[in-house]
Design a protein around this ligand. Sequence first.
Ligand code: DGY
Length: 433
Amino acid sequence: MKIDDLLGNAKSVLEKNWRGKHTVPSPTLYPHQWSWDSAFIAMGYTHYALERGCSELDNILNGQWKNCLLPHIIFDPEASGYFPDPNYWKTESHSPKGMLTSGIVQPPVHAIAALKYYHHSRGEKIIRRWFPRLKGFHRYLLENRDPERSGFATIYHPWESGFDNSPRWDEALARIEPRDLPEYKRSDLDHVKKAEERPTKEDYDRYIYLVEILKRFNYEDEEVYKEMPFKIKDVVFNTILYVANKALLELAKILGEENSEILEWIGRQEDRFLKQFCPDPEEGLFYDYDLVLNHFIKRRTVAALIPIYAGIVEKPIIEKTVQWLDHSHFCAKGTCKFPLIPSTSLDSPYFKHITYWRGPIWINTNWMLYQGLRTYHFNEHAERLRKAMLDLVRESGFHEYFDPHNGEGHGSDNFSWTASLTIDLLYKCDLVD
Ligand code: DGY
């Protein structure tokens, strides 16, 4: 497939998934608007369809709650076939009037996308509208979700990480015993070839149980924070939060807004990042921290490498991280068709080649690694990832995730962020313009 065809095909995935004000992540599995998906999707649009990028971000920010929580789903009243639906979440007392939302967050990619939008559009007026909402969301994360004032947000639910069934959450979920669950029927399994591609029933029971706890406390953080059995300082979420704080600082400067609070957040994160996430700088891997068990979650997954994206850690440590990219644990070199980083180390006992976040390759994680490699000037590694991402989608299409061994696509086809980040890679590399 020629470059032009690849670009055209990526754009037509987004065209197919466009719903008037937002883009669905997938026409089948995810028929509403998802928060971090939309931010990644908006990045692709900034290159060729600014008004869509604007609408994408505007619509997601319009769903913000009074306490500034930015919900992970905005439901489309016209769409059906997804569980849990708005009737289940019971968020009416928090959501803006007329909007149906979930009651949890997802990684805060939005300020990064908003800055990219500004760079392409110079649209100061809309940025001025978004800025207080973005800042409010970051403040919500760094206050309500960080009463310890560590500088890092706590997640209450695997869905908040975006890495739903990653082995990172196995231990924390195993100690939860779901009780008095409501009857529920999943819809996700209707849209995949094999049940094995999705989380298990045991996972879902726990996902639902955790939402039941949130509902019991009507999503009030003070109570929830005391009672939640799942409380994690997520290394990927907080890497993104740091990058997003830096983007917010840029936006504040562009708008001439007061920035001391943002500087304070950034300073706290810079001082404490290593201590919070890297128990052994010699190893060069980064881990989530379980606040209930009070220990690091030492699992070999792509999350352990993602802090390269923040550019927050000194280069000698990151050199060790980069060595892992070539290690048999992570690198598909030799045994696998495309040299991309799988979601879970290939030789770990929990690796599963087609199961969602337990092994498959995802484009957004490789895209974040690619950005980080460029920041630290590991140009050969960066180029290898960029080329491999493009080769993979050229051969297999715009799937949600891919089997690391043979590159076959799984989960949903026509997946929006796979398409939008492909567009971003094609434009950034001046292959098209
Ligand atoms: C899902 O439904 O699989 C989502 O990841 C939850 O947001």
